[in-house]
Design a protein around this ligand. Structure first.
Ligand SMILES: *Cc1c(COP(=O)(O)O)cnc(C)c1O
Length: 448
């Protein structure tokens, strides 16, 4: 067989370990995703292409249920819509038993459209509008109150409603993480949270307080912080029962569990350093089980996991457009996907794999997207084989936040496919077209 051409390459030989980490296994080519050849995917659905694995989505969900459910009697997961609200993804999780966690009116409608009963929707967020609150009350979603103005608005609206809206209180607290997230919810330590609880207890004829919620951050690397948060929420729930005879039905510890991506600037790769979900489950459930609830009084534990359920179930397949040499001598590679599609490249050094065998030669390259913008840098320096135009690459662990935070900027958004449990490929979001993009535009008469 004729070998593919590789451009000539001169590299200084260095003695000793090849990098500060010592020898690491070389870049293995990734030729298939869930058994489907990447070349077939690109030929059929184009490049770039987002590829989701239904198998991995289900595996992640079941692992999370196992981690918490084997340690605590009553556990419920609520899928964080904003992490990836493609209906196909949401429906996989709902089939597995997830409730929905939404943060806007439009996400609430999406969850209802996906068949989630209103009483299994948790409505978070600091920006709920009057109409959103009314809609949430109408469908019996649980409104997670974020601030006092919202609380007062809801009390005002509730006076005119046929049934009492069910609410929970978002609490922010010191769990030992830095920086502390204090912009969402009512602060625990300064007494704001208790004040709000007393206000709600006094209006128990108009609203029903059923839960306490906190979400301490995202990609939180300290399981112990969750133990602190769970202990504080449990103590607050017990105070509600004791002082106000207002028992709390659930404690919601939010999401924030990390995936195994590598944070930019991290010394070691994510898979070597990120604690397993079991450590978080252990910290939370130990705190709750040790908080002094009577066994028949243990509140339901809710988790709103996002990233950890979906990140490693998504890949981005793309191709090399060109390679060039920069003025300072560095190698540059231009690919057909940019930061507009890969929002998380601002936070992560994504693992990027070649998709066929190359010679053992590699060269460190800066990886640029196709945007005519200086910020379009996917990796500052990544060691890759001697790539040529047309070569396919796979970016791993892109399932979280990219398919919701992507931007239509300079290029159109590509196809998204889901590979099902049988290896069948389904388009779950079609590539955008110019007509789709322009359908909302209007040209004033004098410009026609
Ligand atoms: C975004 C969000 C989540 C999910 O966060 P991850 O870090 O992706 O797990 C959960 N709860 C709330 C309130 C959120 O805003």
């Amino acid at each position: 067989m004729k070998l593919p051409y590789e451009r000539p390459h001169i590299r200084k030989l260095t003695a000793g370990p090849p990098s500060k980490f010592g020898p690491r296994p070389g870049q293995q080519p990734v030729t298939e995703l869930d058994g489907v050849p990447v070349t077939a995917l690109a030929a059929r659905y184009g490049s770039p292409l987002f590829v989701l694995s239904e198998r991995q989505l289900r595996r992640n969900y079941q692992a999370a249920v196992r981690a918490f459910g084997t340690r605590y009697p009553q556990v419920q997961l609520a899928w964080s819509y904003k992490t990836n609200y493609l209906n196909a993804v949401c429906r996989v999780f709902h089939q597995e038993g997830a409730w929905a966690e939404v943060v806007s009116g439009f996400e609430l409608e999406k969850a209802l459209g996906n068949g989630v009963p209103g009483h299994q929707i948790l409505f978070n967020g600091p920006g709920k509008r009057r109409a959103d609150l009314l809609r949430a009350a109408e469908v019996d979603a649980v409104i997670h109150l974020d601030h006092a103005d919202e609380l007062h608005l809801l009390l005002e609206l509730a006076a005119g409603l046929p049934q009492r809206p069910r609410v929970a209180l978002r609490i922010n607290l010191d769990a030992g993480t830095f920086p502390q997230w204090d912009r969402f919810g009512f602060n625990l330590e300064n007494g704001q949270a208790w004040q709000a609880i007393e206000r709600l207890a006094a209006a128990a004829d108009r609203v029903e307080l059923i839960g306490l919620h906190c979400h301490i951050g995202t990609f939180v690397l300290q399981p112990a912080a969750y133990g602190v948060a769970a202990g504080k929420l449990a103590a607050l729930a017990q105070r509600c029962a004791r002082e106000l005879q207002a028992p709390i039905q659930y404690l919601d510890l939010g999401g924030g569990f990390p995936s195994t991506n590598t944070l930019k600037g991290a010394y070691l790769p994510g898979p070597d350093t990120v604690p397993p979900l079991d450590d978080y489950a252990e910290a939370i459930t130990q705190a709750l089980l040790g908080a002094g609830f009577r066994p028949d009084e243990l509140p339901l534990l809710i988790l709103e996991a996002g990233r950890v359920l979906v990140d490693d179930a998504g890949s981005l397949l793309g191709s090399v457009l060109a390679t060039k040499r920069l003025a300072d001598g560095r190698r540059a590679t231009i690919v057909d996907f940019g930061v507009n599609l890969l929002f998380t490249s601002y936070w992560y050094d994504h693992l990027i794999s070649p998709t066929r065998d190359y010679s053992p030669q590699t060269e460190t390259t800066v990886l640029y997207g196709p945007l005519c913008m200086n910020i379009d840098v996917l990796r500052e320096a990544v060691s890759l084989p001697l790539l040529a135009p047309g070569d396919l690459l796979v970016v791993h662990k892109v399932g979280a936040y990219n398919m919701s935070q992507w931007q239509q900027f300079i290029t159109l958004r590509p196809n998204v496919v889901l590979i099902d449990m049988q290896g069948e490929v389904h388009v779950v979001r079609e590539a955008e077209t110019l007509a789709y993009l322009q359908q909302l535009e209007k040209v004033p008469g004098h410009l026609r």
